[in-house]
Design a protein around this ligand. Structure first.
Ligand code: ADQ
Length: 461
């Protein structure tokens, strides 16, 4: 069996094998790479005066990690530019925030070409290559141009947008054409898959037959591969020492109150402002419950060099300040708003102490927080998951309280319902959710994609 090469914008070797701060995705990819004696290639996160193309190699946790440094201009145009100012907002239905500049598009092409050039000498003829996410859509095209005939797969972690949105992107056929140089293209959901099929058939006159799409004279296999959680590991973390300590700390801090928790990267796609307003609506509608509850929102700053992220941060500061100012009493604050990152084991303890997990993104490829919240619960006294219908996770997690995050009153009602839900119903819903998480966990996801990529079976649509 040939090796597996994973290509992603950032590379996260599992240096901390204890699972403290390393995300589940990094752990799962590292496990797959170890098994296949693999290589993980990407940007080092560092910049250099002049691009050299020099690859730094490091062997860590049984995986070869290969990274290159980029120039500052690359980072501005490719990463902050085309990836995070053009594609991210557009693919999350925020056409209003999507900024297009030719320099961004050129930088995106340049960095993909640089990555391909740097990776080229490392590729053996029987390797399979798995490219991740919107930063690297043209990777296969660049590799093919350099004569690479290996099997190459692409997985999109974020949603594929509806065709009317995608067609607002200048040169959209060029971006889509690049996907036809892959052997397999994977999406998180059937919804994204069908949006892609819709684009292929309606916009560029291509054809879709079964799991195959044909356009630009080429055929690509497609599938929906919903990313899973490392369920067993996360459940073990949630009952481990650090999580237990965090759980007990939270119990003291609850002082008999019930906690609603939100955990997100600070991103406009996560619907935090709408969530705070829905929570305010709940406070207004439920005077008798009011002081018996608080919302803990953990929001870790991200992409701070992009203006839209500074804007959303300022808006959230203002709205939490206003709500707390209006409702707080001498011994109760309605929203505890925290802007730092937590370790996975600390988060697990916090999830377990929360009566409600409030996961209400306006758009999300999957949303792993929803899955983590469920996996961390006490089976005898589980909390309630409130989940946006616009998170990819809602296709699978139908036993959650599914809400439209734009409907403030509905979300407020779901919070009240969750807080008063009988234990029997909570247990039934949780058991069904947990069975779903276990049936398609992270290693099943990774295994299904890699098998389909190796041509061992067709894509799991
Ligand atoms: P993200 O947009 O980052 O990922 P999500 O899946 O919710 O979204 O979170 C990824 C991880 O970050 C989770 O493991 C979570 O615990 C962690 N995390 C989030 N906030 C944190 C905080 N404040 N402190 C510590 N850890 C935090 C993208 C897509 C998603 C998709 C994933 C994986 O946007 O839709 O689910 O990739 O494919």
């Amino acid at each position: 069996m040939g090796r597996l090469i994973v290509v992603s914008n950032r590379v996260q070797p599992p240096a901390d094998a204890g699972g403290g701060s390393v995300g589940g995705l990094a752990m799962a990819l590292a496990a797959a790479l170890r098994e296949a004696n693999g290589v993980w290639f990407g940007w080092s996160g560092r910049t250099t005066e002049v691009y050299t193309g020099q690859v730094a190699l490091e062997r860590t946790g049984g995986v070869t990690v290969a990274t290159v440094d980029l120039e500052e201009q690359d980072v501005q145009e490719y990463y902050n530019g085309y990836a995070n100012k053009t594609l991210w907002p557009l693919f999350h239905y925020r056409v209003d925030l999507s900024a297009y500049e030719r320099a961004f598009s050129e930088g995106y092409g340049r960095v993909n070409a640089r990555f391909a050039e740097a990776l080229l000498p490392m590729i053996r003829s029987d390797d399979v290559i798995w490219v991740h996410d919107y930063h690297l859509i043209p990777m296969a095209q660049e590799l093919r141009r350099r004569g690479v005939a290996n099997r190459i797969g692409f997985f999109l972690h974020i949603p594929w947008p509806a065709r009317r949105l995608l067609t607002t992107l200048p040169d959209h056929p060029k971006l889509v054409e690049a996907l036809f140089d892959y052997d397999l293209v994977g999406f998180q959901t059937r919804d994204s898959l069908s949006a892609f099929e819709d684009y292929v058939t309606q916009v560029i006159g291509g054809e879709v037959v079964g799991s195959e799409a044909t356009a630009f004279g080429r055929t690509v296999d497609m599938g929906a591969f919903p990313i899973g959680l490392d369920v067993d590991a996360f459940t073990a973390t949630a009952t481990g020492e650090t999580a237990q300590a965090e759980f007990e700390k939270m119990q003291v801090s609850l002082a008999g109150r019930q906690m609603v928790v939100g955990v997100d990267r600070l991103d406009y796609s996560k619907g935090l402002e709408e969530r705070f307003l829905a929570y305010e609506q709940f406070l207004q509608d439920n005077e008798e419950l009011r002081e018996r509850v608080f919302l803990l929102q953990i929001a870790t700053p991200s992409r701070e060099e992009v203006d839209a992220y500074q804007d959303i941060r300022a808006r959230l500061d203002a709205v939490t300040g206003r709500i707390n100012g209006a409702y707080a009493t001498v011994d109760w604050v309605p929203i505890r708003y925290v802007n730092r990152a937590y370790r996975r084991d600390e988060l697990a303890g916090i999830y377990r102490a929360a009566k409600i997990g409030l996961v209400t993104p306006l758009r999300d490829g999957m949303n792993l927080v929803a899955k983590e919240y469920v996996a961390a619960q006490d089976p005898d006294d589980p909390g309630v998951l409130i989940l946006s219908e616009f998170a990819g996770a809602s296709e699978q997690m139908t036993e959650a309280l599914i809400v439209n995050p734009f409907d403030r009153e509905q979300v407020a009602g779901a919070i009240a319902r969750g807080l008063t839900m009988p234990r029997k119903e909570r247990i039934e819903r949780w058991q069904a959710l947990m069975a779903g998480l276990k049936a398609f966990d992270l290693s099943a996801w990774q295994g299904a994609f890699v098998q389909a990529l190796r041509g061992e079976r067709s894509a799991a649509a």
